[in-house]
Design a protein around this ligand. Sequence first.
Ligand code: PLP
Length: 419
Amino acid sequence: MLMSLPVDLTYERFQQLQLRLDMSRGKPSPEQLDLSQALIDEAGEAGHLARDGFDCRNYGLASGLPEARELGAQLLGVPSAQVIAAGNSSLELMHDALTFALLHGVPVCEAGERVNCGAPWRAQGEIAFLCPTPGYDRHFAICEALGVRMIAVPMREDGPDMDRVEALVRDDPSIKGMWCVPLYSNPTGAIWSDEVVRRLAAMPAAPDFRLFWDDAYRFHHLTDEAFATLDVVEACAAAGHAERVLMFASLSKVTFAGGALAWLAAAPHNVTWWQKHAAVRTIGPDKLNQLRHVRLLHERATLTALMARHRALLKPKFDAVDAVFRARLAGVPGVSWNVPRGGYFISLYAPEGCARRTVELAAAAGLILTPAGAAFPYGVDPRDSHLRIAPSFPALDEVRLAAEGIALALLRAIDERRA
Ligand SMILES: Cc1ncc(COP(=O)(O)O)c(C=O)c1O
């Protein structure tokens, strides 16, 4: 459906189009999923025997297929002994890590030597996580579900406000962790600077404090420049806090969002800690799927080529949103948006008090947006200003239409407030 819309289109006219568009979740489109169809079509050829003859159909290898750990090591820049390949999604590993820490505590180390296992976090009274905001709603959902208090810290273009982070963790041992999406942050697109990474690695904090380093968009560039953030595992080791970071990544938005594999990478005591607790939970991950992924992707160059094909599908959608916003919203007081250099989201900022109403008006015109406030702890945006736009899933024409609808809904929300 290709529809050209008049420049004088009104909100009411848009409503009359009776569209049904969903821009709420950052899901890959069917065309993106098709790029990895070989995982299914050539599953027979991948077979079931690992490099060393291990039968992947059976139980075992709780830390993952060695070649899947090696692929992770190559892609994440961490030795393979420090990489676990597990699950089909990194979010489940983050959930498990937080659960293990709450129930059992985490290793406490000095100068790289483990001195003991810290007390279970849940036995230490109310504990808290720092949450750079706007941030990823599912991180916040994990905290809420597990009873971890969330402390918002403002996000800047180069990462979280580090003065605030350092001041908070310095004197408060109940702050046990922090959510970090270092590259193309969901949803602001921030690229965390070397200085931010170094300060996070070096800052004084509770001995059992952990950075939950969610490198979800490590491979997801939208420009010719493949941005990268400083190696956090190395930075933490150099700062004498080798165990401070738990790094997570997955192939969800590289191959199949519903059937890929995930990695946890960390310093050795953390890896042993993970292995001990994960072994109670499972007799081993889906190694057949890991084998298929290793056969499909081989190495970094194969992944890079695949990501270029994703970009070719995604970039026009991001450009379309930007073009519509520039045409309809440029110069509107209090309105701004970012042009991300990677990742899956655009953040649109409305004048204070207008975001929730924009989402309502969009819904009334058949457009589903992420609920306003979703990118904030407890779902509350104190300024009611932030909107998360996810242009990846709908077809390009639909994205263009949806962007028009969002802009018209926002302009209507602003008019209503003025009235
Ligand atoms: C920051 C971030 N982390 C994790 C995920 C989910 O990753 P996975 O599919 O590996 O669980 C997403 C998905 O949108 C995300 O934006």
